[in-house]
Design a binder for this molecule. Structure first.
Ligand SMILES: NC(=O)c1ccc[n+]([C@@H]2O[C@H](COP(=O)([O-])OP(=O)(O)OC[C@H]3O[C@@H](n4cnc5c(N)ncnc54)[C@H](OP(=O)(O)O)[C@@H]3O)[C@@H](O)[C@H]2O)c1
Length: 308
């Protein structure tokens, strides 16, 4: 699998990331099988969060790693904190960030995290507290790189005023069906569609300008976890184009949907959420596909967009 370098962050990382949100549903043996399959496919980056199964995803991963034969150093292990379903709050306070990392390391059974992301903004966040937390985590060696998720450009600018560590990752939602990250650039200033609404403060261009790697989450989902758009009768045109291109490139439709994101010149990573080794192999084939300019637009338009 092709590798990229994250500016001022982990180097030689795969374009596909194994997202572990759905890992709590697996046994330890099944989890080990998924991690091993991903690694053999060249996927050397994994994504976690404290809230996935309320810690169960990290725990399952930590237990499973021992059965994989993979060295910890050969994986880039990322987790996120700040979203607390248990208390129904977002929490970027220093105490929560520090406690979360200690708990993450225990559950994952590792000594350090390669990357820590702040999951989704706490409306009450105080950047000075975050700066102090990051300093402690860096100097203690518990975290090597830092970033954010679902975070607006101006929020990142505010963080940068206080935080001295580079923030070079932003995890954002993007799929053919949930393409608001890119729609606004095309439909700008168009009163006839709400696709022109800027919902994220220009996150795509901001990230590109600042060498921030975008990690696209839920690449196959419609809405927010409403199931896949692939083979969904509500998306006949999109599925027709996906089928035609899947046939042309001799891959599964899911690989085409992933290749559509990888084709974007922002050089994003894609976080896949499958826990099925067969599906994972199918999607890894996306790495070898280079969609043409025309095919990229054909897919985009077939997902319910129009040329303004
Ligand atoms: N930063 C954030 O706020 C945020 C939010 C959500 C997610 N994430 C990250 O993004 C990752 C991916 O999210 P996601 O799980 O929603 O992504 P996804 O890859 O779009 O969806 C995966 C789901 O699709 C199913 N699926 C069914 N048929 C499939 C096929 N043929 N090929 C592939 N998948 C198929 C999978 O089931 P099977 O397992 O049976 O294949 C799984 O339930 C998460 O694990 C997490 O790491 C981040």
């Amino acid at each position: 699998m092709q590798k990229i370098n994250i500016s001022q962050g982990p180097e030689n990382v795969s374009r596909l990331i194994l997202g572990c949100m759905r890992m709590p549903a697996l046994s330890v043996e099944e989890a080990a099988n998924v991690i091993r399959t991903a690694y053999e496919l060249g996927i050397n980056y994994v994504d976690h969060a404290t809230c996935y199964g309320d810690g169960e995803a990290e725990k399952r991963f930590g237990d499973a790693m021992a059965h994989t034969g993979i060295n910890r150093e050969d994986l880039v292990i990322q987790s996120k904190c700040g979203l607390r379903f248990d208390k129904q709050i977002f929490d970027w306070r220093k105490s929560n960030i520090l406690n979360s990392v200690d708990e993450i390391l225990k559950r994952l059974k590792i000594e350090y995290l390669d990357v820590l992301l702040l999951h989704r903004p706490d409306l009450l966040y105080d950047p000075e507290q975050i700066a102090e937390a990051f300093d402690e985590l860096e100097s203690s060696g518990k975290v090597r790189s830092f970033g954010v998720s679902n975070t607006m450009p101006m929020q990142i600018e505010l963080l940068k005023k206080y935080v001295k560590q580079p923030l070079k990752i932003n995890q954002l939602q993007l799929s053919l069906e949930q393409s608001q990250l890119i729609d606004q650039d095309l439909y700008m200033n168009n009163k006839t569609t709400d696709m022109s609404v800027m919902r994220d403060g220009g996150a795509l261009d901001y990230c590109r300008l600042n060498d921030i790697t975008i990690q696209a989450w839920s690449p196959l989902q419609r809405g927010m976890f409403k199931g896949m758009f692939i083979d969904n009768p509500e998306y006949p045109e999109l599925n027709k184009v996906l089928s035609e291109l899947a046939e042309k490139y001799c891959v599964a439709k899911s690989a085409i949907a992933i290749a559509w994101i990888l084709r974007h010149p922002a050089r994003m990573q894609v976080i896949t959420g499958t826990m099925n080794p067969v599906h994972l192999k199918e999607m890894a084939a996306a790495d070898k596909i280079d969609l043409t300019h025309e095919e990229w637009y054909q897919l985009y338009l077939s997902s319910g967009k129009f040329l303004p």
